[in-house]
Write a protein that binds this ligand. Sequence first.
Ligand code: FEO
Ligand code: CA
Ligand code: CA
Length: 634
Amino acid sequence: MNPRKNTEQENHPELEHCDFDRLIEPALSRRTFLQTSAAALGLYFATTPVARAVAAATRSPLLGFEAVAASTADGFAVPAGYVARPLISWGDPLLPGAPAFNPSGTQDAAAQAAQFGDNTDGMSLFPLAEDRAVLAVNNEYTNYEYLYAHQGEAELSADDVKKAQAAHGVSVFEIARNRQGDWQPVAGSRYNRRITAYTPMEVTGPAAGHALLKTAADASGRKVLGTFNNCANGRTPWGTYLTCEENFHGYFGSADAQFSPDRRQKRYGLAAKSDYRWFGHDERFDLARHPNEPHRHGWVVEIDPLDPASTPRKRTALGRFKHENAELIVAADGHVVVYLGDDERGEHIYRFVSKGRYDPANPAANRELLAEGTLYVARFGAEPGELKGRGEWIELTHGKNGLTAANGFADQAEVLVFAREAATRVGATTMDRPEWVAIHPDGRSVYCTLTNNSKRGSDGQPVSGPNPRAANKYGQIVRWRPAGGDHTVAGFEWDLFVLAGNPAVHGGTPYAGSANVSADNMFNSPDGIGFDADGRLWIQTDGDYSNAGDFAGMGNNQMLCADPASGEIRRFATGPVACELTGMAFTPDRRTLFVGVQHPGEDLKPSHFPGGGSAKPRSTIMAIRRIDGGVVGT
Ligand code: FEO
Ligand code: CA
Ligand code: CA
């Protein structure tokens, strides 16, 4: 049983061997597609094997490691001269009194609440000293087939539900580097903390205290229990951690046979059937009884990782949707800008601009910068067939752009709680499942993974602009440059950095991918991305790992590294069977890179990672180093 499957990973056997001409809209014929991309990008589609081989043979000096081959092995492979070791795995003890992990699945909720949560995802590192740091890590969800001895096949007990809730949320813990240069968790550190699906939180911003957020248990509409399905993350310059609530809908359902979701609930995927079945023992998850509870989830949450007693704050000014990550930059004039993706087929990319300005000299004054500001949504323009163009940010403010009471938005809180609906109203571009956003360290360009989209070309989603392939099974990375380098202005220019594809299966068509994709580096479904300080773009995948059909030769999910200037992409690591790689953090000296291995062996596929032998597979953070102690990637 893998509740994550509902919107996350998609396998499309029905799309294998699609005929290219049938997939491309009339406005984007094969010839137009190839020609315009060539003119537009420089990273044009190679039409011959020779051209592709030349493009793939580029050796960027920025990438200082030998490529790793695609793999279907149940291990974690890194380049020659590197070593990768587990830092921490699901169930390892974190808090005082926590028991060691027991693979039987019989440990109770109290044990899980004191251990590292399941399914590691986005993470940020907060240095304390040269050899000490605090790591804040999302624990996105849990696999019932491994969490319980009954593998999720039995009726859940009250403790089962509590245990699942304790496996979710965020783990904050100290790590330290030993004399051998290895980082390890510090058991019993005063910083160690588990934040779960029932940790008390405060709601801030325009939707705080609104009628839509009030429930039987919380008449104030300001006190929420918990965070769950915490996907990726962000980090503020004032030292806080941002955790982003993604597929919150799957936790809600109803025991009421008469319940059916209304239009607004459907837009967020809420339904009577619940993958996680929490409502049987925690009635706030029953939609028929507590219809406002889901309005209290789907937000970005800000956490002070260095104060274990602090109350996490849900930031409603950043909008409610299925948040992937929160990529932050301070604009030249001091406004804090946050880029946000909404990971669902045909949803949108957002931007938040704070009302206040960042003051590096006054840390305390920065703490509420995410409480108030303006939310925008992206509209990408393009001439037919063009793979570049101009775009604009459209303001999502009540009273503007048709966001009025007459159109169903009574006030700003309604605009934010139903941000998806507001985005549709203002004509936002439907995207191919926006995942992570990353800003180049020069501050001039922003990259976003569009992981795949089986519905592109149907369901009212046109094949155009940055979403140029119908029934998109491989994904792409779009990038944009704010006009004048100013992240607060409306205009930007965009192009595509890469279209993933399989040249071995689809040579000569857009499904071969752009010219910087070859049989040696191919991948599908880019998801996690991030830059290091030198400007290397690190790319993690969460895609089809069947290694067959459209995905033949791609192997298990992987991590790649790219040079944004030359376009070269080189495979850096491969993960074990049936995992995704997600989440990354560098130590300040960049001699260690932490990478998350999520859901190895999902759906009982044959993984024993990282223990080997007959061990139960466990989500694990890997610590990657160069054997010679050098900077990772160089
Ligand atoms: Fe949790 Fe969209 O990945
Ligand atoms: Ca993801
Ligand atoms: Ca994904």
